[in-house]
Design a protein around this ligand. Structure first.
Ligand code: NDP
Length: 477
């Protein structure tokens, strides 16, 4: 029998995606550079469905029905190129290679172009949800041609997560690199969400004097409201976990140096190229990098901080509610920034990405899945050309209601010397956007002074230069 789909790369992600396809009734050809992984899968999970194990690229390709659908789940970067080359020479026009790894969208654009010249569809696909998601239903973000989605879409819809309303968490995001671009921004938003949650935790601990177990309870309560999300849920789990070896809260025995694999950094690098202010995501990336500078932190331990001012019980309880407001408002801002980046990428590369659809497919399966995403989808459904999520009436009103508490939380953080760069960057973004005037006017004056870079005026069109070194009269540039 010929297989409807093949999966090559059977580490944690590929193995579980292959099982997911098989559990949904598809015949799945299997391949891995090291054949033992293929054998292990058959031995452990062969009973779950129809698998066709193969040991060579030739046998793998031969096992697939035409047009072939061949998914690769290998290490991103050079290994992905090597695997593509190995298979592409065996394929025919109309066949599809689906790359579900965490590729950089620029690589995906290049690979798509090269393979398109040979008549092969290259479908760069974001997959989120980790190991469990891959097995039980991930959020899937495929790019590539419309033709390839027509062939592949129904299968992806079957294996994907389903949102609460039953909608599959997959859509054809757009051509070439669109899927991997959206996956990248998903991860950037994930970084921001995690940073904001981390700041909320640290403030509850250092300003309100709560224990990790108490904070876990606070997060559990938050998880029943508008912050209902996977990340808040697992935060409560991590905070209530006790280290078996020491009996101490688990969070106190873990080395406080956060690592990263690169998608958050990419989100910020690309945002800089596109000129999109993603300050909240950037602070999250920088916070991880700062945490890792052990020697620098050690050398800075003795620097002066404010005198401690412990809170009374009533004040501490009220503070927790304020932190919820600050967290929610900052979250709105980081999603606003992330969606701005997607809109800018879509514009730059001509992808025509439907932002409401993106929010919709993030509602289930992925790491940032949250009740909140339903609201974002509703905002874009109400108005597809929304200039910013902050221009949505509901979000604007929620921030209006939260802002006093948000500001108070930052006052307390500042006074007590607890860093809250995510909350602060989000508030600064909000205040800058709503400002009547920005000091950018002064910046333009300085640039014109030292570099004759010219400026525009508020009262008439054209570019102008002031003769700063002369009589300071103004000339049209
Ligand atoms: P890894 O990223 O650890 O990759 C291991 C797989 O890549 C193995 O099958 C390995 O084969 C294969 N491989 C590595 N180098 C080569 C090469 N030069 N030629 C052929 N095969 C090679 O596995 P994961 O399952 O964690 O991730 C797979 C992809 O999915 C990655 O791109 C990752 O970024 C992405 N991803 C991972 C998520 C996760 O939660 N882990 C979530 C979403 C995406 P061998 O067995 O022979 O060594």
């Amino acid at each position: 029998t010929s297989a409807q789909i093949g999966v090559s790369g059977l580490a944690v992600m590929g193995r579980n995606l292959a099982r997911n396809f098989a559990r949904n009734g598809y015949t799945v050809a299997l391949h891995n550079r090291t054949a033992s992984r293929t054998h292990d899968l058959i031995k452990e999970f062969g009973h779950e469905g129809d698998f066709v194990p193969t040991e060579s690229a030739e046998d793998f390709v031969a096992a697939l029905e035409r047009p072939r659908r061949l998914m690769i789940m290998v290490k991103a970067g050079a290994p992905t190129d090597a695997v593509i080359q190995e298979f592409a020479r065996l394929l025919e026009p109309g066949d599809m290679i689906i790359d579900g790894g965490n590729a950089h969208f620029a690589d995906t654009r290049r690979r798509e172009r090269e393979l398109r010249e040979r008549g092969i569809h290259f479908v760069g696909t974001g997959v989120s949800g980790g190991e469990e998601g891959a097995l039980h239903g991930p959020s899937i973000m495929p790019g590539g041609s419309t033709e390839s989605y027509a062939s592949l879409g129904p299968m992806l819809e079957k294996i994907s997560a389903k949102a609460k309303d039953g909608a599959p968490c997959v859509t054809h995001v757009g051509p070439d690199g669109a899927g991997h671009f959206v996956k990248m921004v998903h991860n950037g938003i994930e970084y921001a969400d995690m940073q904001l949650i981390g700041e909320a935790y640290q403030l509850l601990r250092d300003v309100a004097g709560r224990t990790p177990a108490q904070i876990a309870e606070i997060f559990r309560t938050w998880n029943t409201g508008r912050l209902d999300s996977y990340l808040i849920e697992i935060t409560a789990e991590v905070l209530s976990h006790v280290d078996a070896a020491t009996g101490a809260p688990f969070v106190d025995v873990v080395l406080d140096q956060a690592e990263q694999k690169g998608t958050g950094r990419w989100t910020v690098q690309i945002a800089l190229d596109l000129g999109v202010p993603v300050s909240g995501i950037a602070e999250a990336v920088f916070a991880r990098s700062l945490s890792g500078h052990a020697a620098l932190r050690e050398a800075s331990r003795g620097l002066a901080g404010p005198r401690p001012a412990p809170m009374g019980e009533a004040e501490a309880a009220a503070f927790a509610d304020r932190v919820e407001q600050a967290l929610y408002a900052s979250k709105i801002v980081s999603y606003t920034q992330g969606f701005h980046e997607i809109a800018a990428g879509s514009e730059e590369y001509g992808w025509h990405i439907d932002l409401g659809k993106v929010a919709s497919i993030w509602r289930g399966g992925c790491i940032i899945r949250a009740a909140f995403l339903d609201r974002i989808r509703a905002a874009y459904d109400a108005r597809a050309d929304l200039p910013s999520l902050l221009s949505d009436k509901t979000f604007a009103q929620e921030i209006a209601d939260a802002q006093d508490d948000w500001r108070e939380v930052l006052v307390a953080a500042t006074r007590q010397g607890v860093p809250a760069p995510g909350f602060a960057a989000a508030l600064a973004y909000y205040d800058a956007l709503r400002a009547e005037r920005l000091p950018a006017a002064l910046t333009q004056g300085q640039r014109d002074f030292f570099g004759a870079h010219t400026y525009r005026r508020t009262d008439r069109a054209g570019s102008y230069h002031t003769l700063w070194g002369g009589d300071r009269s103004e000339v049209e540039a």
